[in-house]
Each structure stands twice: as C-alpha cells, then as structure tokens.
Design a protein around this ligand. Sequence first.
Ligand SMILES: Cc1cc2nc3c(=O)[nH]c(=O)nc-3n(C[C@H](O)[C@H](O)[C@H](O)COP(=O)(O)OP(=O)(O)OC[C@H]3O[C@@H](n4cnc5c(N)ncnc54)[C@H](O)[C@@H]3O)c2cc1C
Length: 405
Amino acid sequence: MSAPVLERDCVIAGGGPAGMVLGHLLARQGLRVTVLEKHADFFRDFRGDTIHPSTLTVLGELGLRDRFLELPLTRIDGLDVVIDGHRLDLVRFSTLPAPDDFLVLAPQWDLLDFLARESAAYAGYELRMSTEATGLILEGDRVVGVRATSPEGELELRATLTVAADGRHSTLRPEAGLEPVETGVAIDVLWFDLPRPAEPFPHTLGYVDGHGIGLTIPRDDHYQAGLVIPKGGIDALKQQGLAAFRALYAQTCPPLASVVDAITDWNQVKLLSVQIDHLERWWREGFVAIGDAAHAMSPAGGVGVNYAIQDAVALANEIAAPLARGDAPVERLERVQQRRLRPVLRMQRIQAAVHARMARAVSGRGRILSPVELAAIRAAQPLIRRITARVIGRGFLPEHVAPRN
Ligand SMILES: Cc1cc2nc3c(=O)[nH]c(=O)nc-3n(C[C@H](O)[C@H](O)[C@H](O)COP(=O)(O)OP(=O)(O)OC[C@H]3O[C@@H](n4cnc5c(N)ncnc54)[C@H](O)[C@@H]3O)c2cc1C
C-alpha cells in the first residue's frame, strides 16, 4: 500500500526553537503548516536554555511575552565572570532598553511546550511528534516535500516549501546537496547538574583561571555546571578518574566545591562536542535550512536558541505572503540567507575568538590576564558591560515580526 500523502503550504522538519517558532509564525498567517518532531516529547537536558532579550521582544510582538513570563523561570539582569580570582561585571542586560532588559533561563522543553500550546489554536497548525523526516521528495530539481516515518507508518508530506530545522546533525541538508563549512574548534564542554550549595553566591557565568574554565548557570533548584575541556579531552579526563574530575571542577569553581561530590558516575556528565559551521547556501528550489541546520553555533554567549529564532522570524517575514499564493520564490529564500548570514558569521567570529582565549585557559598555562590587561578591563567595565549586553542580548541585526497579512 502506498504511503498517505498530505498537502501543506509548509512542512518543517524539526521541533526545536527554529521549527516551533516558524510553525507558529506561519500558522498565525493562516497557512497550513506541519512541524515534524522525531522525539515523542521535548524533554532533552542540557540544551540551550537561555532566552535572550531579542527573543523576549519577538514573543512580545507575537503577544506571547506575558504568558511566557508566567512560566517558572529565572530572570537574570547580568552576569559576572571571575577571572584569576577577580570578579568582573562584564555583561549587564539591565543597560538595554526596557522592557526586554533581562535574560531568562527556562528549560528548553518549557519554551517548546509553550509554543506548541499557543500554536494549537491556529486551524492550519499541525505538530506531529514521534515523526521523523527521512528524505526529500523531488520533482526534477525542485523539492516538493518530505518522506517521514511515524507511529502510523510511512508518510509523504507535500508542501510548497520544505524547511530543514532539524538541527546541527540535519538529515535533510545533505539530502538537499548542501554541505556545511566547518570552523575549527579547540574546546568541548561537559555539562552536569549540581545541587545549590548552602552558601549562596552572585550570578556568575563562569570562573576562569589557570586550572580551567567552570560554568555555573543558576536554575530554580540547582546549578547547571559546565567544565570547558580541550577538544577530544574527555577520554584523558576519564582515565584520570572521577575523583580527579571533581577536584578539577572544585579548584576551578570554588563556590560549588562543597557540592561537587554529588557527581558519583560519569553517566551524570554529558559531553557537548562544540561545533561551529555554516552552509554556504541555505536553500534550493522549494527548500531552505534555518537554525543549527544552517549554522551550528558554539555555546559561547548562549546565543544558539536566539539565532535559530531570529532565522525563523526572517523566513516567515519573507515567505508568508508568497506561500499564501502557493509560491516560494528562490529570491526570497536567498534574501533570508543574505539577511541572516552576516549576523551569524559575525557572532561565530566572536565565538571563535572566545574559544581561542578559552583554549589558553584550559591548557593550564597559568594566569589568563596580565596585571595590565586586568587593569584595562576594570577601567573599561562600564562600556564593556553595555556592549556585551547589546551583542549577546540583542544580537546583530535583530529581527522583528511583520504584521499579519
Ligand atoms: C548540550 C547543548 C547545550 C547548549 N547550550 C546552549 C545555551 O545555553 N544557550 C543557547 O542559546 N544555545 C545552546 N545550545 C545550542 C542550542 O541548543 C541550539 O543552537 C538551538 O537549539 C538550535 O535550535 P534549532 O531549532 O535550530 O535546532 P535544535 O534545537 O537542534 O532542534 C532540532 C530538532 O529537530 C529534531 N529532529 C532532528 N532530526 C529530525 C528529523 N529527521 N525529523 C524530525 N525531527 C528531527 C530534533 O529532535 C530537535 O528537536 C546548546 C546546544 C547543545 C547541544
């Protein structure tokens, strides 16, 4: 028996931040849109959980901001960094214009569940969980949809536009003949949860010194802790044993030293293989890639979720009107890439520069900053904290949701 065929204006592979926001934006314009998510739920730990001011602005423009802020989440005005034992106030979101002058930490599944609930009200919206896009359907050179496997069996979804929002290990982008260009990365990150220590300490992004780099992201009832390691260094670390790992983290992040014994098994420690890449071409006829599928971001600055959402806004602004006429002109898809690639590459260059500094720290070569560098940073702190808030919090060329057609 042949697979059932569904006809849509847009089919989106991937229910991550890019796909879920794009689905919402297009359904809000009255379009028939299906989002395919291969997992049965959104519950995945240690994903991008930082919602930046640029995303709060997008949620505000969609009328969702107040309801989103009612979820249990942590608001953060700014982030300190402790370098060589010196606390520096280097990112201050409260210097941005109100009301979006803070950062939100929310588990990614809460954001995605929220978007699913809010999108369900639109008649043309469909979210298919446990449904994996397995390949593209082509007519000549034109992509006309995807094949998928679902609990009900094989499916064919035909659409005017097929979107790969299936993340940095995208299945669909190689199918579309699009190859990413890799930027060499010298670091990986280990993530693990630690309980809150008895002694509270100020919101701190990380601790950097000759021992290494430890990350301390406050969550409602615990800390999301991170340790930056040299690329591929996990095996060497495991050989030294869990006690050496705990001691390294305790040395790097003294405020969490008292709770590091909570790590009793390597299964509690998740490796993020850090990656930076971008597609030279994001589109072909009937097809476009967005989010991590178009450009994997490093976790430096925690911008991945927000850049993925900005792509979704840029694409919806360009394509909603033609899609309503049954068309997805390649010039529009090309315009989305032109608009978004510049901010993406600028941020990736900054991330690569941060990695270079991090690699120096994790190579254990002693102090990170010379006394002169430290004094210069201290003197420039008021300016630095405004610039970093702008670059990290709002990003380059922030997108705005176009009014409904
Ligand atoms: C461990 C880790 C920590 C991170 N920390 C941060 C952070 O603190 N802050 C931050 O902003 N960013 C962070 N990032 C990056 C951030 O998570 C990503 O940049 C962001 O989620 C990209 O969104 P996306 O929608 O493009 O892709 P993804 O979030 O990767 O979503 C892709 C979705 O597609 C689904 N999928 C994949 N293949 C298929 C298929 N064939 N069919 C159907 N569905 C499919 C996946 O299950 C997934 O739900 C982190 C990433 C990782 C891996």
